[in-house]
Design a binder for this molecule. Structure first.
Ligand code: FAD
Ligand code: NAP
Length: 330
């Protein structure tokens, strides 16, 4: 039992931060290697797939709802005996052994090996007017907010798979959906593009960027658009704007402690998930800006757990028990 004022310390051989496909897969592998991992769920239990609808490229399922898929993964993790903590890590110290991660709850989680699987989160345009109307017509999640646009007109900005899928999803409710893209070709895959161009409710606006979100104080009334070729300005009447311009890796916690690229993705040894601090492994969208798929994230989670197992075996690390921080090797 911790003394008065002393933090609740919970130690595990393998500590996993994140509950998306990468974290869950790492947890299953680490549990099956008898490493008794602990997994911290974070602010979005189940990760990004919990905010989408059909997933059609997860092996073994022709079509599965993202939230259902992640609920199944979570169940498998719990059934494997993984200790799953509903907490958000607010601070880490990777300069000490074992590594320390402090939860929002005040709990100190320590781990002899650490798997970082904190994924990524939606990127915003960065306009002041976008912030003003966020939650009042501006959203980054069609599955969450699309319902509010029944028989209304809305726009999606972006040219990747997310933007196209958001636009398609919105056609279930909206009378019309504009897809605004800053170039004249989409980044989205061919299947998604074919669906998009076949949908009569969607109209493309090519070579345009959102210069301002227009509103009446209560909600969105339109967009000011700038033509990226000519610079010409125009206005588009819409009731809602869905921003789908990519994601930023959730790596703020690790700044100055792990090597990262210019966009904040954790750098790993090629062909491995090993981060710049020995014993720390990074899996999924937090280190991958090329593929960013559920299956590749899960694959990296598997790699991270196997590499953590080898690291622990190679370093003959003596693990302390929960609550015994004073006994830990430093
Ligand atoms: P994430 O799923 O991002 O999970 C990150 C986890 O880290 C979360 O559980 C979060 O709570 C946790 N976390 C973050 N910060 C902290 C913290 N401080 N403390 C503790 N925990 C923390 N991919 C496909 O393959 N097929 C699809 O059809 C598909 N559709 C998609 C649709 C949408 C709308 C989006 C946004 C993405 C889609 N993707 C799809 C991409 C896919 O969701 C991601 O590639 C995948 O979820 C990444 O998995 P991950 O485990 O790396 O991270
Ligand atoms: P993404 O592929 O990075 O695409 C982001 C899009 O937003 C790009 O088209 C980009 O334009 C545009 N953009 C970026 N910044 C902008 C800005 N400031 N203003 C206007 N436009 C901007 O991101 P994503 O679509 O979120 O997808 C992320 C990953 O998840 C991808 O790997 C994707 O394949 C995957 N995913 C897969 C599926 C699926 O397989 N069904 C579904 C969803 C997501 P440019 O093209 O000009 O750079």
């Amino acid at each position: 039992m911790p003394g008065a004022g002393a933090p609740d310390v919970r130690h595990s051989k393998v500590l996993i931060i994140g509950s998306g496909p990468a974290g869950y897969t790492a947890a299953v592998y680490a549990a099956r290697a008898a490493l008794a991992p602990r997994l911290i769920e974070g602010p979005q239990p189940g990760g990004q797939l919990t905010i989408t609808t059909e997933v059609e490229n997860w092996p073994g399922d022709e079509s599965v709802l993202g939230p259902d898929l992640m609920a199944r993964m979570g169940e498998q993790v719990r059934n494997a005996g993984v200790d799953v903590a509903s907490d958000v890590i607010v601070e880490v110290d990777l300069t000490r052994a074992p590594f320390l991660a402090v939860g929002d709850s005040g709990t100190h989680y320590t781990g002899d090996a650490l798997i970082v699987a904190t994924g990524a989160s939606a990127r915003w345009l960065g306009l002041a007017s976008e912030s003003i109307y966020r939650g009042r017509g501006v959203s980054a999640c069609a599955t969450c907010d699309g319902f509010f646009y029944r028989d209304r007109v809305c726009a999606v900005v972006g040219g990747g798979n997310t933007a196209v899928e958001e636009a398609l999803y919105l056609t279930n409710f909206a009378q019309k959906v504009y897809l605004i893209h800053r170039r004249d070709t989409l980044r989205a895959d061919r299947t998604n593009q074919a669906r998009l161009f076949a949908n009569p409710k969607i109209e493309m606006i090519w070579n345009a960027e959102v210069a301002e979100v227009l509103g009446d104080g209560g909600g969105v009334t339109g967009l000011a658009l700038r033509d990226t070729q000519s610079g010409a300005m125009s206005q588009l009447a819409v009731h809602g704007l869905f921003v789908a311009i990519g994601h930023d890796p959730a790596t703020a916690l690790f700044k100055g402690q792990l090597h990262m690229d210019g966009e904040g993705y954790i750098l790993v040894t090629p062909g491995s998930t090993a981060a710049s601090v020995p014993g720390v492994f990074a899996a999924g969208d937090v280190q991958d800006k090329l593929f960013r798929q559920a299956v590749t994230s899960a694959g990296m989670g598997c790699m991270a757990a196997l590499e953590a197992e080898r690291y622990l075996a190679g370093h003959n690390i003596q693990s302390a028990v929960d609550g015994a921080e004073a006994d830990l090797l430093v």
